[in-house]
Design a protein around this ligand. Structure first.
Ligand SMILES: Nc1nc2c(ncn2[C@@H]2O[C@H](COP(=O)(O)OP(=O)(O)O)[C@@H](O)[C@H]2O)c(=O)[nH]1
Ligand SMILES: [Mg+2]
Length: 308
């Protein structure tokens, strides 16, 4: 699957350009040894790009390498940054990395995350990608609190020509997931993508609801949910890390999808979120269209983020 626009190049790139502007005006200074004002400049650029605490890990490593004389040219420094960022980003993502279970029944993927991060859009995007790979898909809308939430998913389902299971207003979200498995089995569908609610009256309601959905799904289908994917918004920076704690506490999250990379100049949050949560990134959301989902490629992402 090709991407129409290369991943956020124009938007997330330019880190190296910024570092040069702010900190490397006199490259010779940096390459002669550690210079406090140059290092401070780089720190500022990394924090602006939402690297968060990861910025300090990078700076420590940079200082050590400069002291040891390992970085001799400006290009050495740029390369070092690309490589360090790539290694912090972990393994590549994509459908190949997802657990589809034993094939004796449908694979169940649960999408979790706070309101507005892009879960429902991701459900559609994931369905689109799965269909392209020859799988059959059923969408399940377990947010029974907001009628609009189920309707939004149902619209995507109609566009993609896939079935969508919804519940009654105010009904039990776990029952929707239960019915979705029955429907998928009856229709011979091999993959279920379950969209969940992002916000309830209280945080403990949300946690209990997700736990119940997980429990019910697990009893109904061996090994389910096969994936629990946390959707986070790249534009919210450190907030994503805080939000994520709620979900990792409630359900054992198996991977992340980072959205809205087309709308941020702060791609450093991807590095921060990966590093602080230690969860593998599977996909990136790069727009509002159904085809705007990219399998995560750490080297490519690092190269584009740093730029030339
Ligand atoms: N620019 C951009 N917008 C996105 C992306 N993903 C979702 N959105 C938009 O973000 C808004 C919230 O998305 P939605 O899927 O409803 O979020 P949910 O509340 O988590 O289900 C919608 O307007 C989406 O079109 C993305 O990758 N890029
Ligand atoms: Mg939604």
């Amino acid at each position: 699957m090709g991407l129409a626009v290369p991943l956020g190049v124009a938007v997330i790139g330019g880190l190296w350009r910024r570092i040069r502007e702010v900190a490397l005006a006199d490259v010779a200074v940096l390459l002669r040894g550690v210079d406090a004002s140059v290092v401070e400049g780089i720190e500022r650029v990394l924090l602006e790009a939402d690297f968060g605490p990861v910025a300090y890990t990078l700076l420590e490593d940079l200082e050590q390498r400069l002291r040891r004389g390992e970085l001799r040219t400006e290009e050495d420094v740029r390369r070092w940054l690309v490589n360090r960022v790539a290694s912090m980003l972990g393994e590549p993502g994509g459908l190949e990395r997802l657990n589809f279970g034993d094939g004796a029944g449908p694979a169940v993927f649960l999408l979790v995350g706070v309101n507005g991060v892009g879960k429902t859009t991701v459900a559609a995007k994931l369905a689109h990608l799965l269909l392209q790979r020859g799988r059959s898909v059923l969408l399940a809308a377990t947010d029974t609190y907001r009628a609009a939430a189920a309707e939004q998913l149902a619209i995507w389902a109609r566009r993609l020509s896939v079935p969508c299971v919804t519940g009654q207003a105010g009904g039990d979200p776990a029952a929707v997931a239960f019915n979705a498995i029955d429907a998928a089995v009856a229709q011979g569908i091999d993959t279920i993508v379950v969209d969940t609610a992002g916000r309830l009256h209280t945080r403990s309601d949300l946690v209990e609801e997700l736990k119940k959905v997980r429990r019910v799904v697990g009893r109904k289908r061996a090994g389910a949910p096969h994936e629990t994917l946390l959707v986070v918004d790249a534009t919210t920076g450190q907030n994503s890390v805080v939000q994520a704690a709620t979900f990792t506490e409630a359900v054992s999250v198996t991977g992340m999808i980072v959205t809205k990379l087309d709308g941020t100049a702060k791609g450093g949050s991807v590095v921060a979120v990966r590093n602080q949560l230690g969860l593998p990134i599977r996909f990136l959301g790069v727009g509002e269209r159904v085809q705007d989902l990219e399998p995560f490629a750490p080297e490519r992402f690092a190269e584009q983020l740093v730029g030339a």
